[in-house]
Write a protein that binds this ligand. Structure first.
Ligand SMILES: [Zn+2]
Ligand SMILES: [Zn+2]
Length: 333
């Protein structure tokens, strides 16, 4: 929308005539008093008067000698005749909205409420920060409080596992455009895959700007509003033939039993549906230690595990937070 120009208003300070026009009435028509440019204000919607003369030269300037507001192009003050060289422009009235004079007060209240809210929030944050610092100090304290302990090996245990996989139909799902080519038994459904931002009307407000010469301009400023629109796509549920874990064979033992892999008895080998093969292998070696009236458990690799004889004695560090430091165990002479 095009810019429109209206007259600012002012009230005479001497005879209390109200709603005088900023551009037309440089002097009060009632008592002849000079307009004070600092007392100009935006009119309410029903008091708006369009400025007839649209020629704009710039904001008024204040005479250095007598403080009279003169048009931007005036070379000598209309009131005292003083030279206008170097005269400063009048202070502009802060931009008004179409909502009228109540708006400024509302904004001030809002600002006050916001300030109160944020100071409450700040207090809350301070308390939270204090509590967090306390917790951190406590944790550091616990972490530092390690004590040395004499330990003896009480038990050994090993565990070995072989996964058995079978080649068979497994169910899976995904977007249809990424479905494996050998999928079968497919069911499709339309589901939301993403969201798209689409224009959804405009939010407009009227912006008023003081031009400083007793008039103000009014312009409607609009911004496009957006909304999220779901984008649908085909989602597929399907079956595919794949090798997948069916079961696991495991074997366990102690120090006296040499670790060995369990026998994997496969139903059928090959690559048929229902055929089986060996999958991933897992092994675990743990040692139980006793000391200071407590028990601890450590996992090691097989070599280290085998080097810790039953009943052998070790020096370890126990931390209140992290427990026994297993890798740092040292033989105790
Ligand atoms: Zn007057
Ligand atoms: Zn003057």
């Amino acid at each position: 929308m095009a810019e429109r120009v209206y007259e600012m208003l002012w009230d005479c300070e001497f005879c209390s005539t109200r709603k005088l026009l900023g551009k037309t009435h440089r002097f009060c028509p009632n008592c002849g008093a000079r307009q004070n440019p600092e007392k100009r204000y935006f009119p309410s919607a029903e008091d708006k008067v369009e400025a007839g003369d649209h020629e704009y030269f710039g904001a008024d300037r204040l005479c250095l000698a007598c403080k009279t507001a003169n048009g931007a192009k005036v070379k000598f003050c209309v009131s005292c005749g003083g030279a206008m060289d170097g005269a400063a422009s009048v202070k502009l009235v802060a931009g008004g909205g179409a909502e009228g004079p109540g708006k400024a007060a509302e904004e001030a209240l809002d600002a006050l409420a916001e300030e109160r809210e944020s100071s409450g929030l700040r207090r809350g944050l301070k308390i939270a920060a204090g509590a967090a610092a306390g917790v951190v100090l406590l944790l550091i304290g616990l972490r530092l409080s390690s004590k040395e302990l004499a330990l003896s090996v009480a038990a050994h245990r090993w565990e070995r596992e072989v996964e058995i996989e079978s080649y068979r139909g497994v169910r899976d799902s995904g977007w249809c455009d990424a479905m494996p080519s050998d999928a079968y038994d497919v069911s499709r459904s339309r589901e939301v895959r993403s969201h798209e931002s689409v224009p959804d009307g405009e939010d407009c407000k009227t912006v008023q700007r003081d031009r400083g010469d007793g008039t103000f301009s009014e312009e409607e400023q609009c911004t496009t509003r957006y909304r999220d629109k779901p984008v649908y796509d085909e989602h597929c549920r399907y079956a595919v033939d794949r090798w997948s874990k069916l079961r696991a064979e495991s074997r366990t033992g102690g120090f006296a039993d040499p670790p060995s892999w369990p026998e994997a008895s496969l139903a059928r080998t090959g690559s048929c549906r229902g055929c089986e093969r060996q999958g991933a292998r897992h092994e675990r070696y743990s040692v139980r230690l006793q000391g200071g009236g407590k028990e601890y458990s450590c996992d090691f690799d097989q070599a280290r595990w085998g080097s810790m004889a039953p009943g052998s004695r070790w020096k370890g560090k126990v931390n209140a937070l992290t427990g026994l430091a297993c890798p740092a165990l040292e033989p105790l002479e």
